[in-house]
Write a protein that binds this ligand. Structure first.
Ligand SMILES: Cc1ncc(COP(=O)(O)O)c(C=O)c1O
Length: 419
């Protein structure tokens, strides 16, 4: 029995918790959000949630599906840890491709695409293994690998080639501990959509080194006028493709936290991985059962018109963004083809020269824009791409117009072009 003097509390966070780092949080915390201009209402072009701007809402049929699932009172118990078989079958039916027929055993439901990625990454690699990750790229990959002690090896996307993968660079990063290649198409943050030919080039690297591909396809089919989306598994029968998807973006319900893993694996190369992933699902026991119960209805009965309208709206917003931003002094961008984002390049040398070093990188740019114009953008460093910023172009055209007016006058002022 310890004496009163010997007793003391020493509750600390675990090593795993403390090595869990979200780069976006860390960089956004550097921006002083209280420094907003008081005369101008805040416009956020930084939030990757299409529902928060008030101009995009899910289809009525989608909300009705969940209401029905609640009313039947038959989905209140635990599901299979990989998800209700009928809900997994709905995903399997929807995402079967002409060269890959899926069944429910090829699908695992998870808490959002984030949960799906966590299961796959946790099952495919051990501490000190590595996974190839795109840069610029979605920062969660780094978070999920980092807390498991898995090394991220960042392969370059080429801004001069519509953000295609630098294939030679990708190949040069592979070693005997490389366990997977993550490909994000359409891309957050670049808004790029890869052609079948480019996907084949990536597949050829995976084939050469016998490394499976984790295809983050959460923005599947969210493409703009004249652009066709191709699933990675459409271009290969031999390289195993672990596709990640979910309801969040396409159905405009990110808060429902329903994502999935789909395995395109004709040759049964992933037999052992299936077992590992199934074990990991038993930690959480799958996503919310009400959303799972609604899933077949949501997947099969949401009218095509709803998707067409959203794509049309995003396509117009993208066009508008390119028209405005490419004319702004000191900024440049390549036109996004899908998703909800684009990366804008900042001519930092020019800004540094005209501002006496006040604006010298993407963080100082985003900070000054926030302070003087109340416009929030995410610095490129959140995606390991300094000297860029990311725009989310979901807000209404009127909001975007106002934001781009302010962005333009900010750049002109900083580059002394106002007089
Ligand atoms: C590329 C990418 N993958 C995965 C996710 C996570 O999606 P979810 O909200 O379903 O977890 C996001 C969300 O922004 C994303 O942009």
């Amino acid at each position: 029995m310890r004496t009163q003097e010997q007793r003391q509390w020493a509750v600390q966070s675990s090593k795993v918790a403390m090595r869990t780092k979200n780069p976006i949080r860390m960089i956004v915390d550097k921006l002083d959000m209280n420094s907003v201009s008081k005369d101008k209402p805040l416009i956020s072009l930084s939030i990757g949630d299409p529902t928060v701007f008030g101009n995009m809402d899910t289809d009525h049929s989608v909300s009705q599906s969940i209401a029905r699932a609640v009313d039947t009172r038959r989905s209140n118990g635990y599901a299979h840890s990989c998800g209700f078989p009928h809900a997994r079958k709905a995903v399997a039916d929807k995402y079967s491709l002409s060269n890959h027929k899926l069944n429910e055993n090829d699908v695992i439901l998870a808490s959002g695409a984030s949960g799906a990625l966590d299961i796959v990454i946790g099952a495919i690699a051990d501490e000190h293994d590595n996974i190839l990750v795109p840069t610029p790229g979605f920062s969660l990959y780094e978070t999920l690998c980092g807390n498991k002690g898995i090394e991220c090896r960042f392969y370059r996307l080429d801004s001069e080639k519509d953000w295609e993968t630098d294939i030679d660079h990708m190949r040069s990063l592979i070693n005997e501990r490389t366990k997977a290649i993550i490909v994000n198409n359409p891309s957050n943050p670049c808004g790029s959509v890869y052609s079948p030919e480019h996907l084949k080039e990536i597949v050829a690297v995976a084939e050469e080194f016998c490394i499976p591909i984790i295809a983050d396809e959460i923005y599947a089919d969210m493409v703009f006028e004249g652009v066709k989306f191709t699933f990675l598994a459409e271009v290969t029968d031999t390289v195993p493709v672990i596709s990640i998807g979910g309801l969040a973006k396409r159905y405009l319900v990110p808060g429902w936290r329903l994502g999935w893993v789909v395995l395109y694996d004709k040759l049964n190369i992933l037999k052992d991985l299936r077992e590992g992933m199934a074990r990991l699902t038993t930690v959480i026991l799958g996503p919310n059962t009400l959303v799972q119960a609604a899933l077949p209805d949501v997947i099969h009965n949401t009218p095509q018109e709803f998707f067409d309208n959203i794509n049309k709206q995003l396509s117009e917003h993208a066009k508008h963004t390119v028209n405005r931003v490419q004319k702004i002094n000191g900024l440049s961008l390549s036109a996004p083809k899908g998703a909800m984002y684009c990366m804008v390049s900042i001519d930092v040398e020019r800004f540094a020269e005209h501002t006496g070093g006040e604006i010298r990188d993407d963080i100082t740019f985003a900070q000054a824009l926030l302070k003087e114009e109340s416009v929030v953008v995410l610095p490129g460093q959140c995606f390991r791409s300094p000297n860029y910023f990311r725009i989310v172009f979901c807000p209404s055209i009127e909001k975007l117009e106002e934001a781009y007016d302010r962005l333009e006058s900010f750049c002109n002022r900083k580059l002394n072009l106002n007089k």
